[in-house]
Each structure stands twice: as structure tokens, then as C-alpha cells.
Write a protein that binds this ligand. Sequence first.
Ligand code: ZN
Length: 221
Amino acid sequence: MGCKTLERQAKNQTDLAMDQGNWVICPDCDQLYRFSADTLSVGDKVTCSRCGALLSQKKADTYNRALAYTLTSLVLFIIANSFPLLTLKMGGREQASALFTGVQAMAELGMWDLAVLVFATTILVPLLQILGMLFVLMPLRFNIHVGRPALIFRIVKYLAHWGMVEVFMLGVLAAIVKLISMAEVVPNIALFAFAGLMFTSAAASSSLDSGAVWRQLDRSS
Ligand SMILES: [Zn+2]
């Protein structure tokens, strides 16, 4: 089982209460362990004795931090979708383009598949992720009972593979570099909000202790 190695690898020689607690399977090599993550102190990490993969990590103030980053993400998301991303100035003409007008333009040009893909990965999925996180974390933080939080959390985890805000930002930056020789390109507030959203959503997921969420959902069900 490698439990002793597991104990040694926990920082600060934390008492892991072996043979008690939940079964944990290594995500990389399928080695099975049993320990209680509730006994870990902030900053402690438990790694697999066979492959070194991270099994559990106690994060500081996880709900408050994840909630703060998620709420910030929601504000940035609203700004990113309410204002133009860029303004193009060429030959005395000005054209402002927003995220949704870009999707609309692709649909009008008959590029339906691309329009659906951009809409899903840059608008729909990030919004569902933010709302899903709030739906799960708010009740956990304030001890309120809501229906099916485990299902929503599973969906939020699954959606993480489909949010592609970073890819979109790269595309926008590439477009700016190409357009800058032909026209004056003025970045607008939505572009900065979008860039900020990239960081706040990454911060929300890295500050969230998913194991703690599952354990609390399990206890409250
Ligand atoms: Zn492993």
C-alpha cells in the first residue's frame, strides 16, 4: 500500500490517521491509499509513493478565496461581454467589435460551426462554470442546503476542459498584430476584462480544494 512512504512524504510529518478516512486512488498510477485529508494542515501535500502524483493538498481559506476569485470573474465576464473588445480606425472610419458581434458576423457569413464553437468556448462555457462554482460554493460557505450540488460540481469539473478563454485571447492578440499595419487598433475595456478573466478563473480553480468540496458535499448529503 505504501502508506509509510505516504506518511513520510507529507510535509511536516503530519499525522495522516492511517487506516481511517477515505479511500483515495492515485489519478496517474491507480495505487490505492486510505487516509484522512481532514487531519492535514494548511500547506501540507500528500503525494503517491509510487509515481509522485499529488493526492491531496490542504489549501488555505479555500472557500473564501475561490468565491472571491469567482465573483471577480463574474464581474469581468459581464464587462467583457457588455463592451467592445477592439475599435478599428481606418480611413476616417471607426468600427468597434464586441465578442458577441464577432460570433454573429461568423454566423452571417455562413460559418455556423465556427460561430457555435467560439460562442460555446468563450461565452457559454465560462458563464456556466462561473455560475456552477457559485451554486456549489455559496451554500458550502454559508451552510445552506441546495438541490444536487454534487451533480453541478461534476459538470463544472467537466466543463473545465471546454473553456478556451486563453486560446481566444491568443487569437485576438494575433489579429491585433496582423491588423496593426493596416489600421489603428484601439483595445477597449472588454479586452482588458477578458484578459483579467483568464487570470481570475485560473486563480479560482487553483485556490479551490476539490477534495474538501467533495468531502463536505458527502457529509451534508
Ligand atoms: Zn501514483
